[in-house]
Write a protein that binds this ligand. Sequence first.
Ligand SMILES: [Zn+2]
Length: 215
Amino acid sequence: MPGLDERPIPLATYRHQPDSYDCPFCLVQRGVFTEHNQLGDVVAVTELAFACISPQWWPANPGAALVVPRGHHENIYDFPAAAGHAVWDLVQQVALAMRTTYVCEGISIRQHNEPAGDQDVWHLHVHVFPRHRGDGLYERHNKARWVASEERAGYADVLASQLNLQRTFGVERPAHIFAVPGDSAGDSAGRAGWLVRGSSRPMASTSECPRRAAR
Ligand SMILES: [Zn+2]
């Protein structure tokens, strides 16, 4: 029958992570940041999961978030139940916080496995999207753009204050800030320190999805 294969296949066949993979979701938990993954993006940390503003946004869905298990699991096939429950619980909290604080009309959730399933980070993660009538999220799958950290930060602060959960991973200080030309890792970490966000940060302008006014 088309689409069916009853031969058992070892789970290793479904793994695509390179041997020397620097997992961005594991690194950020150890205080190792890049332009695409910064402490200021994190909106909630629980025992087994965390949530952050996504570094990539689709054209009409700014402020999209990711919910990620704390442990490194590549995909859904052998994902432990306890971590799965924790991720789902946080997905629900983020969706509700988004629906409460963003000007949006719905929420969509997506999770990708393997290259054919559009997975491109080899640590399981769930996308949480604010939705609007006619936003074309699925039709514009190839139209995502990288978003500057300053633009992400306003949405992160709004979601974090609504969630009111822990927002750090409990490490004393970053192990390494992303490379700055001419700086040693130590100098860079010492100068930048923790990227603690204040709630007064101005929102970057996004014309298609203004956040709901603070109440
Ligand atoms: Zn990882």
